[in-house]
Every structure is written in structure tokens, then in C-alpha cells.
Design a binder for this molecule. Structure first.
Ligand code: GAR
Length: 193
């Protein structure tokens, strides 16, 4: 079995889609969820689906990343999927899981990425920019926000009448549709190397 950890900070709809997709998967198992905000809805979602959860605070991530690495190694984690995880992944974690951390971003990178570009902020920027389309990107995680190699993108239109939340809803549908499949294909491709 390939063991996967999800990192999430928020409401957890992508985490839920991933957990459901990999339930009963023959070779890939979502082993645990790591979250960094105690009130995050994702914790309850994961627990209801029978997934072990573990909290690390923002300051533990930032000043004691080895604590997180040791925990992941102890749990025999092979891959990490960020799903609405809003902290920069510390160097120690990135270097302990080379090319084994994926992120999903709600825009067509390199546009509308970088520090502070998360959730509704991204869609607000898309609307402000006058872009006629947006979408989602799945990419490898490196030491900067939203800069790693892009593995997959999918686009959707932006209509003049769209509010930020209209755009968010359209993009989120694409995220739920694609993240599990792309993660599955990527993990298989690395394991077969
Ligand atoms: C998703 O749209 C995800 O792409 C975005 O946060 C949302 C989390 O929603 N991530 C970022 O903006 C990262 N820069 P969810 O908690 O319902 O999955």
C-alpha cells in the first residue's frame, strides 16, 4: 500500500472528495489528515469518514517542522496531498518528500498564484483582472508558494455577470472532478519508475 497524508486548513471539500475516491482503492490509502486550524471543518469531515486526524499548529509547522516530518515518517507516509492548505510547506518537509507533495490551486497558474492568493482572494483577483477564463492547477510543491512544476490544469469560463462566489463554485467543481484522478495517476507513475 502507498500511504498518503492530506494537509488541509479549511472546510475540506477537496479532502472529502479525495478520501471518498480512495476508499477501497487497491494500492493507495489515505492514511491520515493533518490540519493546522482547530476549528477547521475538515477535521470532522475526515473523522466521519474514518480517517485519523492530527493537529499541528501554525507555529509548530513554522518553527518545529521536524516534529511533523518525524510524525509522517513514523506513520510510513509516502505522499502528501495539500487540499486547501494555506501555510507555506517548510523546507524540511519538502526535502523529506521530494516530488511527493502535490497542491491544488484554484486558478490557472502562473496567473493568480503566490503568497496571499488563496480561496476567495484568488477569484476576486480573477474578476478584477477581466480574465475571460480561469480554472484549477495541480502542481508539485517546492519551496515557494504555487511555483512547482504544473502537472495538470483545467479551465472554465468567467462570465461578466459572475460574482466571486460564482467563479469559486465553478472552479471547485473542476477541483473535485480532477484532483483524485490526477493524484492517482501521478502516484502510480512514480511508483512504477
Ligand atoms: C480550494 O479551492 C483550493 O484550491 C484552495 O482552497 C480551497 C479549499 O477548499 N487552495 C488554495 O487557494 C491554495 N492556494 P476546500 O477546503 O473546500 O477543499
Amino acid at each position: 500500500m502507498v500511504n498518503v497524508a492530506i494537509f488541509s486548513s479549511g472546510s475540506g471539500s477537496n479532502a472529502e472528495a479525495l478520501i471518498r475516491y480512495f476508499q477501497n482503492h487497491p494500492t493507495i490509502r489515505i492514511k491520515l489528515l493533518i490540519f493546522n486550524r482547530k476549528e477547521a471543518g475538515v477535521k470532522t469531515k475526515a473523522e466521519l469518514l474514518g480517517i485519523e486526524t492530527q493537529y499541528f499548529s501554525k507555529s509548530e509547522f513554522e518553527s518545529r517542522p521536524k516534529l511533523v516530518v518525524d510524525f509522517l515518517k513514523n506513520e510510513s507516509i509516502d505522499f502528501i496531498l495539500l487540499a486547501g492548505f494555506l501555510l507555506l510547506v517548510p523546507k524540511e518537509i519538502v526535502e523529506s518528500f521530494p516530488e511527493r507533495i502535490l497542491n491544488i490551486h484554484p486558478a490557472l497558474l502562473p496567473a493568480h498564484g503566490g503568497k496571499g492568493m488563496y480561496g476567495i482572494n484568488v477569484h476576486r483577483e480573477v474578476r478584477r483582472s477581466g480574465a475571460k477564463s480561469t480554472g484549477m492547477s495541480i502542481h508539485l510543491v517546492d519551496l515557494e508558494f504555487d511555483k512547482g512544476k504544473i502537472l495538470f490544469q483545467s479551465a472554465c469560463p468567467v462570465w461578466e455577470t459572475d460574482s466571486e462566489s460564482d467563479i469559486a463554485a465553478r472552479v471547485l467543481k473542476l477541483e473535485h472532478l480532477h484532483y483524485s484522478l490526477v493524484a492517482e495517476q501521478y502516484i502510480k507513475s512514480i511508483k512504477e519508475k
